[in-house]
Design a binder for this molecule. Sequence first.
Ligand code: SF4
Length: 314
Amino acid sequence: MTASRMAPKTAELRSRTALRPDVLAHWYAAAARDLPWRGGGVSAWAVLVSEVMLQQTPVARVLPVWSTWMARWPDPMGLADDTPADAVRAWGKLGYPRRALRLHAAAHRIVTQFDGSVPASVADLESLPGIGAYTARAVAAFAFGARTPVVDTNVARVFARALLGRAHSGPSVTAADRASVEALLPAGPAEAARFSVAVMELGALVCTAGSPSCARCPVRMDCAWHRAGAPAHAGPRRKPQRFEGTDRQVRGRLLDVLRGTAAPVSADDLGRAWTDSEQRSRALVSLLRDGLVEQITDGRFGLAGEGAAPEGSG
Ligand code: SF4
């Protein structure tokens, strides 16, 4: 939702009751998924890793990678001691692998600037590589109990429907959106964090983008969109994101080759991953530019930090 769509509504939103914290807390207690990065005894590092992995990636795909990652690197020091290539390998096929590099860089920063402890303030969290406005607030709220608005696409969509009567939120979350959501947070930090995770879970499980299950929604009686008869989206149609045949797919194929070998590989080896040489070259250049891949002096390629392998190896 854009600033113009939500910001002027703050005072009016406060008077609306569609998203009552007590109703949401009750629903969350009964319906929430039992995810390993939630609940007591989970470290701030574990929460941070989960939030980075969950950016644009479904929970089911994150779960096994997160578990393996946390077993290998239970704290930032362990990851910082290993190489960026180790992080990219462990990232597996989660997609958007620059997140692995940034998480590795964040671990370094946490060790060098914060004595190895994940910082608690939103400002310090936002200073870490790969940690944006949403992730910083999610870690501050869920790991440290801060009262701060945690607004991802799920939360934005629930707010748009339940409070504004719109089928969808805007294309991105703005500072004005966060300010509007903050105005609706319960006063207590713990209650505010529970409210945030409950709205997020409602958006993930019930109020989904494509097919909201209003019949089993705890807030349906007060939801503005449901009460209005579920009017169609008034804005431009959203195109589903394609993956097959895109440069993203080619990048993934090239990384698969490099993840599967401990030594640098030749351009011919990479050529077997994708036949269209022009697209393959474009994808490879983008991987080099992103720092995910390096080229050594004999022309072979390796994962980040592995380009300095001794010549002749492999
Ligand atoms: S009633 Fe339907 S549209 Fe409204 S919040 Fe619930 S699932 Fe979403």
